[in-house]
Design a protein around this ligand. Structure first.
Ligand code: ZN
Length: 409
């Protein structure tokens, strides 16, 4: 029937547009139509048609022709257009809240962070403040001609695929239907776990132009991402794609028990990793803060200084944390079989020696130590990576369903 045939063709075109956009984003340099046809397996005629749609809708633009074509004809490289489409990432974390707006070409258009110690805060208050923060941002984007392709919110807890926050123990929040908040509805946002989104920020060419600079992770690599703050979160990326698990909860490395006789965690178990290597735990163990003010965000430099200065309690606290991390990471690598670990959060401040030491400890503990070489690295994106990843996911809606944002005729 004609109707069914029409729908199929639209689906196919949408799929092909999505493939073209992804290929462009993952490429280290701008590609011509001929190069894109070769890369995607589409015919040059189809590619030409698709690039016309993308050009007309200001998703891509043509760069100056170059003459290095093998057929002697100049080729015209295509690049993402800028100033037209924006992904919005928001985050609420134990140390504050904020947003990042990202353009297709990978430029941060706008970003802000409100530093707060989020102990015992009322979610209604926090969402009201986030709403107030976002309104002028949305107005400005509209004024400058941007269309928001999508928005995502990063939270430090278990988030279901239907935007319910089941629990964020370090905020003291549970069972929150996020759709009840005006800012969330207005932006048509989705919510996701912060470590998952921080991991996405480390994948070059994921729903925005890959940066030109060197990147330790390649577009289709597998790796474990660990984010350390008050809590410890984790995410697992397999060949460039997040593995979310059956319910969206995969990667909770912070609640791997490293000591069955250890202290009891907020989750109910004993000796969880975050009781040794979380920010709050290290502040208390190093004697820098008591239980009451251990979550204060301004204390971290004091821990670094005390550790560098060789203060016994701080050295002991960090050594305990590193031993616990090595144990949990080796267990993780044994279970999922990858060699790459990206260690985010507060650890990059501890420097190269600690990184090398931890890498060696994990190496010596994994089962396949004689044949697999562990690579433990600090992440390339360190400034609020979850917020950046959330903005990437906002742009990802354009990559997944391009035709819903474009006119074809
Ligand atoms: Zn726990």
């Amino acid at each position: 029937m004609p109707v069914a045939r029409r729908i199929n063709q639209d689906d196919l075109r949408n799929h092909n547009l999505s493939v073209v956009l992804s290929s462009m984003a993952r490429s280290k340099r701008p590609m011509s139509r001929a190069a894109l046809a070769k890369e995607t397996g589409l015919t040059k005629a189809t590619l030409s048609l698709l690039s016309d749609i993308l050009l007309r809708n200001e998703v891509i633009r043509q760069l100056k022709p170059t003459s290095d074509s093998s057929f002697g004809r100049p080729s015209t490289p295509l690049a993402f257009d800028s100033g037209r489409w924006a992904g919005v990432g928001m985050q609420i974390n134990t140390d504050g809240f904020g947003y990042t707006v990202l353009d297709l070409n990978g430029t941060i258009v706008d970003t802000a962070w409100r530093e707060r110690t989020m102990d015992d805060v009322d979610p209604d208050d926090v969402f009201a403040q986030l709403d107030e923060l976002m309104r002028p941002v949305e107005r400005n984007l509209q004024r400058y001609g941007y269309t928001i392709t999508g928005a995502e919110l990063a939270l430090p807890g278990l988030v279901t695929n239907h935007n319910t926050l089941l629990v964020a123990r370090n905020l003291g929040w549970r069972d929150i239907d996020l759709n009840r908040y005006e800012v969330f509805r207005r932006l048509g946002a989705d919510a996701n776990n912060e470590a998952t989104l921080a991991a996405i920020a480390q994948i070059p060419g994921y729903a925005s132009q890959r940066p030109e600079r060197d990147w330790p992770i390649d577009t289709l690599d597998s790796f474990v991402y660990v984010s350390t703050d008050v809590g410890i979160g984790g995410a697992y990326v397999r060949e460039g794609q997040i593995v979310k698990g059956d319910h969206g909860f995969a990667g909770e490395i912070g609640h791997i028990s490293v000591n069955m006789r250890g202290p009891q965690c907020r989750c109910g178990r004993h000796g969880c990793l975050e009781l040794y290597a979380g920010r709050r735990a290290m502040m208390v163990a190093s004697g820098i803060a008591g239980e009451r003010d251990a979550a204060r965000t301004d204390l971290l430099p004091r821990l670094h200084a005390a550790w560098r200065g060789g203060e016994t309690k701080a050295v002991f606290a960090v050594e305990n944390a590193v031993a616990a991390l090595a144990s949990a990471l080796a267990s993780t690598l044994n279970v999922i079989d990858t060699e790459n670990i990206v260690l985010g959060g507060l650890w990059s401040e501890f420097g190269e020696d600690l990184r090398g030491n931890l890498e060696q400890r994990v190496q010596s503990q994994i089962l396949a130590r004689d044949s697999v070489k562990v690579r433990l690295m600090f992440p390339p994106v360190t400034d609020h990576p979850a917020m950046y990843g959330a903005a990437v996911m906002g742009l990802d809606r354009l990559f997944r369903d391009p035709l819903s944002f474009m006119t074809v005729e």
